[in-house]
Design a protein around this ligand. Structure first.
Ligand code: ITT
Length: 202
């Protein structure tokens, strides 16, 4: 069985990647809680995904899979984009507030007064797989939707409560995980790299 390490410290991502990789027959390992932060100094989702996967592959001598993702809002010229995880770093957390909640609060503040017809947005995910022999696979997929005026739903993570899938009329946080994994940027990118992986093995 092929061993793969998921190079993420984000529990939301991990929850979405671990089960499908196991179902595909991989022996999945995760990073320890005290694993060092990897500096994401790339200028694109692809660069950052490769930085993370290369670092972990070289450090732990194992196939590594990493995802760099974020929400791009058209009205904000693509922000927060690659800075999605750190968007509200300039905000002081309210008592009991998580970083994800602060990011959502900042985005709602910045988008205050912008009407629904100008609130198109898309999740992006670049997924990278790096092999100890130097081979690399990368895929970049998106999930289009609209930014709501308030949070809806309790599932998922990050910007999910604000992201409306217009076809289903549900936010990412109102969907069951299995529904999100049938439609999301991450699910599509994972599928693409797995297909490329299978082709490599033939
Ligand atoms: P790792 O680098 O350890 O994987 P991270 O949280 O720093 O964790 P990113 O730099 O890729 O990861 O930032 C992704 C951010 O984009 C994440 O923190 C969420 O806020 C947001 N995001 C990405 N995918 C999402 C999804 O499916 N639903 C909601 N928010 C998402």
């Amino acid at each position: 069985m092929k061993k793969v390490i998921i190079a993420t410290k984000n529990k939301g991502k991990l929850a979405e990647l671990e089960a499908p990789l196991k179902e595909l027959g991989f022996c999945v390992e995760t990073l320890s809680a005290d694993y060092p932060e990897i500096e994401e100094n790339g200028t694109s989702f692809e660069e950052n995904a490769l930085i993370k996967a290369r670092f972990v592959c070289r450090d732990l001598h194992c196939i590594a899979i990493a995802d760099d993702s974020g929400l791009c809002v058209e009205y904000l010229n693509g922000a927060p984009g690659i800075f999605s995880a750190r968007y509200a770093n300039d905000y002081t957390l309210l008592p009991g507030e998580t970083k994800d909640q602060a990011n959502n609060r900042k985005l709602l503040d910045i988008m205050q007064g912008v009407p629904m017809e100008k609130r198109q947005c898309a999740f992006h995910c670049a997924m990278a797989v790096v092999f100890p022999d130097g081979k690399e696979l990368i895929a970049h997929k998106t999930w289009e939707g609209r930014l709501l005026f308030e949070e809806r739903g309790k599932n998922g993570f990050g910007y999910d409560p604000l992201f409306l899938d217009e076809e289903l009329q549900l936010t990412g946080a109102q969907m069951e995980k299995s529904v999100k994994m049938g439609r999301s940027h991450r699910a599509k990118a994972l599928q693409a790299v797995i297909e490329a992986f299978r082709t490599l093995e033939k």
